[in-house]
Design a binder for this molecule. Structure first.
Ligand code: ADE
Length: 225
């Protein structure tokens, strides 16, 4: 999967792409992440990319021309490439979205900044918009990293144990069951007996039950769905 990221701050991604599972996904060529510096398509002597909002108000808005030129440099129209924009004004991204999008061969992510990007880019060229939560970040770079992490770990042969992706929280619409490791007793707290029983049927039933219990308590909205 080839991911092209249009951003003013590619350096924000450096340590992220060099760590953990995303790094492994890149090394094995399961994913490739390229950057397009939006500033390179800025306007005038100062490579300006933003401007005051029409109608007034605080903050700056990213102008449409640099974004369009950056998109064109990635041949987005010729190749019909999906273009994703992260914004708090969009539906929350869900595991079901990740499961679908991780199967694409390539996509483009536009990272907004300041007050966002000119609406005309969103109307005409962005194919999907997502929010990563009901709070406001300073830009789309962190959401892009969240997205890249979530799709990278689902690429073939990236996780050692494919089952571990399938048993993640949200993969079956529920939160995951609690996990324990050694020691069996820690500060007078014991691991639930069932997990050390060796009875795999019982362990499985316990996990399903705990997943339901936890989801009902913490995220009843997931059960209502
Ligand atoms: N950009 C700024 N805040 C965001 C959010 N919560 N989700 C996605 N993109 C954003």
């Amino acid at each position: 999967m080839i991911i092209d990221v249009i951003t003013l701050f590619p350096e924000m991604f450096s340590s992220f792409l060099l760590s953990s599972i995303v790094h492994r996904a890149i090394k094995s060529a399961a994913i490739q992440v390229n950057f397009t510096q939006l500033r390179d398509f800025g306007i005038g002597k100062y490579n300006q990319v933003d401007d005051y909002p029409y109608g007034g108000g605080a903050g700056m808005v990213i102008r449409p021309e640099p974004v369009f030129q950056a998109l064109q440099s990635l041949q987005f129209q010729q190749n019909n490439r999906p273009v994703i924009f992260f914004t708090p004004q969009a539906p929350l991204i869900r595991q079901t979205d990740i499961n679908r999008l991780c199967q694409l061969d390539n996509l483009i992510i536009i990272c907004g900044h300041y007050k966002g990007i000119d609406q005309r880019i969103r109307d005409a060229y962005v194919t999907e918009e997502f929010s990563i939560g009901d709070y406001v970040l300073s830009g789309g770079e962190l959401p892009a990293m969240v997205f890249i992490d979530a799709v990278a770990r689902l690429q073939e042969n990236v996780l050692g144990d494919m089952e571990s992706a399938l048993t993640d929280s949200h993969q079956d619409g529920l939160l995951g069951a609690p996990q324990y490791t050694r020691p069996a007793v820690f500060n007078q707290m014991s691991v639930p007996d069932v997990l050390t029983s060796g009875d795999h049927k019982k362990i499985s039933a316990w996990r399903v039950n705990k997943a339901w219990e936890l989801t009902k308590k913490i995220r009843p909205d997931l059960i209502d769905e």
